[in-house]
Design a protein around this ligand. Structure first.
Ligand SMILES: O=C(O)[C@@H](O)C(=O)CO
Ligand SMILES: [Mg+2]
Length: 269
């Protein structure tokens, strides 16, 4: 069974940003990820991670002007310098707290910008990859579904694979969020297998509720077993919206962790 990390943008939100780390550690997680941790000074974050003996896997680039509806800048023509600034902030903060990856959001496109979005994203990602490489970090790109984010530029795994191919840097990888991909495309097991070499991180949540992964239409235990068989060595991010208190909904984790006895490998170690 792969190892699970807690996405602190969605889990443990009963606690302050910083206290979510110790709450995740107390629940048994050894790694976390956070969408936008920038309001917490990096030194404070680093201290909390060290005290709880938890590592930070990844964080998102700042999304731009939220009041104007921005949700990422990566593929937006004319916003290149803002994107590089956002990227610089993410890499520098991530480096300070020992994060291993930065997720570069593509952003929302319009009928006017869609034709130039891809080459903008590719050019931006080349610079992003080089910047991240200097900090020994990976750049993740995540296909996001159009029900939740209509107009989001990057929305299929094949599109992500083609973009990575055009970028031509070894440290740009797919954040394969099974929730989004199931909604847009389905056929998760085949796509995980086909694109395994390009996958830098996996995330899970129930479909369609985006709640605890034990409910809904995807058999995640089976997905985890497939990932094991494929030799996936990365983490699986629990990025779902708990139905109640986070701790009360972690039954899936203890049940799946019990599956470990067969392979002797801890799900969270
Ligand atoms: O799936 C998601 O929503 C996240 O992984 C993300 O980074 C965008 O908020
Ligand atoms: Mg996700």
């Amino acid at each position: 069974m792969p190892r699970f990390s807690a996405n602190l943008g969605f889990l443990f939100t009963e606690h302050s940003d910083i206290d979510r780390i110790s709450a995740a550690a107390a629940a048994g997680f050894r790694a976390v990820e956070m969408h936008w941790p920038y309001q917490v000074p990096a030194a404070e974050m680093r201290h909390a991670l060290r005290t709880s003996q938890v590592s930070m896997l990844g964080l998102n680039t700042p999304v731009g002007n939220t009041a104007a509806g921005d949700f990422g800048l990566g593929a937006l023509p004319g916003r290149e310098s803002e994107l590089q600034q956002a990227l610089g902030q993410a890499v520098s903060y991530g480096n300070d707290i020992g994060a291993t990856a930065v997720h570069c959001l593509s952003g929302l496109v319009t009928a006017d910008s869609v034709s130039t979005a891809e080459c903008t994203f590719v050019a931006n990602l080349k610079l992003a990859a080089d910047k991240a490489a200097r900090a020994d970090m990976t750049v993740l790109i995540e296909p996001i579904n159009h029900w939740d984010k209509p107009g989001y530029f990057l929305h299929t795994i094949e599109q992500a694979a083609s973009i990575i191919d055009q970028v031509g840097r070894g440290n740009v990888k797919i954040m394969f969020d099974c929730y989004h991909t199931q909604i847009m495309q389905g056929d998760l097991t085949r796509r995980l297998k086909q694109y395994l070499d390009l996958i830098g991180h996996v995330q899970i949540a129930a479909v369609p509720s985006r709640a605890e992964p034990a409910e809904g239409g995807i058999d995640y235990r089976d997905i985890c077993r497939s990932l094991d068989r494929l030799g996936y060595g990365g983490w699986i991010g629990a990025e779902y919206k708990p139905r109640g208190r986070t701790e009360d909904g972690l039954g899936w984790l203890s049940a799946w962790t019990r599956d470990q006895s067969s392979d002797g490998r801890g799900a969270m170690a």
